[in-house]
Design a protein around this ligand. Structure first.
Ligand SMILES: Cc1cc2nc3c(=O)[nH]c(=O)nc-3n(C[C@H](O)[C@H](O)[C@H](O)COP(=O)(O)OP(=O)(O)OC[C@H]3O[C@@H](n4cnc5c(N)ncnc54)[C@H](O)[C@@H]3O)c2cc1C
Length: 522
């Protein structure tokens, strides 16, 4: 009989080979009487001693009577039915939502046409390096735009709070296309920006082999609802305007393109403004985070670079919270518009850089920015992103030492933590590039966190601004068929606020594509 057996602990210093013994002890059977495979692995370092915690799929001839054992009920694999497609669906945007929607469509027999305003990963890599080395920015090929979307040059964390039957399918697809198998069992799976580009290339090859067309440097410029479907206009690689007719269009354009949102609003697409967040990226020695997580185990045994999470409720009713922590990574520019500075974080698979970073975000409410237009949230964040940009130092980011920020002065030097952001930085107190409530909230919250989490007690921690794009400033309402108010237009992923990360965007892409397949005849 097969069981899922949870909560098997071995000390952090122990090797995985000791797992059979630990299981045997837990269930009171000899290691020879069962076989198993690991299905989940996490670290519990809350206590001084610290443990690896496992869940295994165990096969035993004898029944198990452990409170942590449950009969194993296998999940049904995702079956994608072949359908008769009388037209070609179009997908706008080739980030995780667009990629996974396209994959489902292509496997069902459709030959989707994918429009992606950015370039393929190889070209994109060069453009990102040009910005990081020389401050030369390409508004259509950067950390936010291009093959794989915002997820490609990221930390590649794949954990999600969304419970979905498609989550495992998505991880398996990543593995099939070259991701490390460990993502299938790690509680906090991550891939890294050094591996993601090859994985995207492999996904692209599968899509092309199934008959999809992927048009890079092709930006949706117009969308019109016609009696028999949708008329799309896009600017192609040749710089000319081209037309496409379709009955079904998946809008997977992420939460960055204000220009496209404005065009769609003019064409009648309904948007609803929503709360989001604003703040800075905090950078600290990774070692300090690891010491505070691993206690005395730090340095004794090889352990992965660890992460942290913080949240503080503030006296003004808002919260300050950490987001998108990148262990052993770098702070990166993720602007998508000329003359703006936006920060985010990325890591390579090894997560072995000197610093860890995380966004420190203050909650922002619709009433903070709403002046009557549904897209005001985009305008609000753009205002601060532009303020952070200095013409004399293009794409340099404002930074401050933590102590100087708390003491209300502009830094004059860097301390023990070196900022990783490129192409460079200038010192700032953030007064002109963050709203005053955010400054006060950051100060109050960071002071409190210094008392709660020891690694914050470092005057040399670096704050880099501005972090404005942790989530979309709008929601695009969908009906029960996941269709927008424009017939045939299906908003998916983060741009429509149905996702907040790589895996949840991919899940949404799968879910909506399957729903559209449901509505087609076989
Ligand atoms: C640096 C960085 C690090 C991140 N790290 C993580 C992480 O570790 N884990 C995690 O879960 N999330 C992370 N995120 C967030 C994650 O990348 C996004 O949540 C996710 O990519 C959203 O997927 P999406 O498909 O909805 O949109 P996107 O990935 O934003 O993709 C949208 C695509 O649409 C294209 N597009 C836009 N407008 C048009 C148009 N008019 N015509 C044609 N194409 C268009 C864009 O070029 C883009 O490629 C990170 C984001 C960044 C920027």
């Amino acid at each position: 009989m097969k069981y899922l057996l949870s909560n098997i602990k071995i000390p952090l210093s122990a090797k995985e080979e000791t797992l059979p013994e630990a299981i045997a002890k837990k269930i009171g059977l000899s290691p020879k009487s069962f076989s198993f495979e690991i299905v989940r692995r996490s670290i519990d370092a809350r206590k001084q001693e610290g443990y690896w915690v496992y869940r295994v799929l165990l096969e035993s001839k004898k029944p198990l009577f452990s409170k942590d054992a449950a009969p194993y009920l296998p999940e049904a694999p995702l079956l994608i039915e072949k359908k008769h497609w009388s037209y070609r669906p179009v997908v706008i945007g080739f980030g995780p939502a667009g990629l996974f929607a396209s994959l489902v469509l292509a496997r069902s027999g459709a030959k989707p046409i994918i429009l992606e305003r950015g370039k393929n990963v190889d070209e994109r890599k060069k453009d990102i390096e040009r910005l990081r080395n020389n401050g030369v920015f390409d508004p259509n090929s950067n950390v936010s735009y291009g093959e794989g979307g915002a997820g490609t040059f990221s930390d590649g964390k794949l954990n999600t709070g969304v419970k979905s039957p498609f989550a495992h399918f998505i991880l398996e697809e990543f593995v099939k296309h070259g991701a490390p198998k460990a993502i299938l069992i790690d509680a906090k799976p991550h891939i890294g920006s050094d591996l993601l580009p090859q994985i995207m290339t492999s996904f692209r090859k599968e899509l092309l082999s199934l008959g999809a067309d992927i048009l890079f440097s092709s930006q949706l410029m117009d969308l019109e609802e016609k009696r028999n479907g949708l008329l799309l206009k896009y600017k192609g690689e040749d710089g000319l305007l081209h037309s496409l007719d379709t009955k079904t269009c998946f809008l997977a354009y992420g939460h960055s393109p204000f220009d496209t949102a404005k065009m769609l609003q003019k064409r009648g697409l309904a948007f609803v403004p929503k709360d989001y967040s604003i703040g800075v990226r905090l950078e600290v020695h990774q070692k300090d985070i690891d010491v505070s997580n691993y206690h005395e185990n730090y340095g004794k045994t090889p352990l992965p670079s660890s992460s942290f999470q913080s949240v503080i409720h503030l006296s003004n009713g808002r919260s300050l919270y950490s987001f998108c922590m990148c262990p052993g990574g770098e702070v990166v520019n993720s602007s998508s518009d000329v003359g703006t500075v936006v920060t985010n974080g990325m890591s390579e698979n090894a997560r072995n850089k000197e610093n860890g970073n995380a966004a420190m975000l203050v909650s922002l409410r619709v009433e903070d920015y709403f002046k009557g237009d549904m897209l005001d949230g985009y305008r609000y964040r753009e205002y601060f992103e532009k303020k952070a940009f200095k013409r004399e130092k293009p794409y340099f980011a404002p930074i401050s030492r933590l102590r100087d920020f708390l003491d209300d002065r502009v830094s004059s030097h860097i301390g023990s933590v070196s900022p990783s952001y490129r192409p460079g930085f200038y010192f700032s107190d953030f007064k002109d590039c963050l709203p005053s409530f955010a400054l006060h909230s950051l100060k109050e919250g960071l002071l409190s966190l210094m008392e709660l989490q020891p690694f914050y007690k470092n005057d040399d921690i670096i704050l880099t601004g501005v972090e404005t794009r942790s989530s979309s400033p709008v929601r695009i309402p969908r009906n029960e068929n996941y269709e927008s108010n424009i017939h045939g237009l299906y908003p998916i992923g983060e741009g429509a606020s149905f996702a907040g990360g790589i895996t949840s965007a991919a899940i949404d892409g799968v879910k909506v594509a399957l729903k559209v397949l449901d509505g087609l005849s076989i």
